[in-house]
Design a protein around this ligand. Structure first.
Ligand code: C5P
Length: 241
């Protein structure tokens, strides 16, 4: 446990389920089955490239808030153009890559601010699949936390609503930037798993550390009974509150 601060469960669930499937009908039936223990559905690259805007609209018809994990990173003009398309969709959160820089993030935020949907713009700091030796291989020295804090400062200064970070960095971000930035946190593992995620905590640990939303994919979607897996995690979070 990283902190003893109380868990504040919002009225709807803080669980964001990453439905990383290319198939629309499977994604829709999974989202329907998950019910109220999941507050948001995250659609990532696998779904977005297979199903495009029409698929996003079809998911939006289910009435569950949609997080488009677009991980935008390009020159500011191109990112602004992409954002103008995204804000026309049913969307509550969108990601940009913090490494794309200040002007790129400002361009994305300006489009979101002027839109009717006004999604949260979340800056992805350091992918949860990277550890310090991976970072060194990309030319980044120092700790993962140092790099996350550096990118967080840039992203929040550019006007982003929040950050995507690993649960291990929540405490350092809250200490430096307070409670206002939305922290949307993948790398959540109810039980240890031997997969590509390297900087992980359990759902209860991450919420206690100060996460606003927990992004959970395979522990729910690959479970024998996904609805039950989501319910069990939500129950754990509620009991720990
Ligand atoms: O299956 P799993 O729980 O690992 O899913 C995590 C989800 O969060 C994936 O969709 C992945 O693309 C996304 N993500 C991440 N790390 C980041 C940003 C997004 O794992 N830094």
């Amino acid at each position: 446990m990283t902190s003893s601060s109380p868990i504040v469960c919002s009225i709807s669930s803080p669980i964001v389920c990453a439905i990383d499937l290319p198939d629309l009908e499977r994604a829709r039936s999974l989202a329907r089955a998950l019910g109220k223990s999941v507050g948001t559905i995250k659609l990532g690259l696998e779904f977005l490239y297979a199903q495009g805007p029409q698929g996003i609209r079809a998911m939006g018809e289910l009435g569950i808030p949609i997080f488009i994990d677009a991980k935008l990173s390009d020159i500011p003009n191109t990112v602004a153009g992409a954002m103008r398309g995204i804000v026309e969709l049913p969307v509550s959160m969108v990601t940009v890559m913090a490494g794309g820089g200040d002007a790129m993030m400002r361009a994305a935020c300006a489009v979101a601010r002027d839109s009717a949907t006004r999604p949260w713009i979340l800056a992805v700091t350091v992918l949860t699949s990277l550890d310090e030796s991976d970072l060194r291989a990309t030319g980044v020295g120092g700790s993962a936390t140092d790099q996350v804090l550096r990118l967080a400062e840039l992203a929040l200064g550019a006007g982003c609503d929040g950050l995507v970070c690993s649960p291990a960095e929540i405490g350092a971000i809250r200490a430096r930037f307070g409670n206002e930035p939305k922290l949307v946190v993948p790398g959540i593992r109810p039980v240890a798993a031997d997969d590509d995620q390297k900087r992980t905590l359990t759902p209860v640990e991450a919420l206690r550390a100060g996460a606003d939303r927990l992004v959970i994919g395979r522990p729910i979607t690959m479970a024998a009974d996904p609805a039950r897996a989501a319910r069990d995690i939500f129950q754990d979070l509620s009991e720990a509150a």
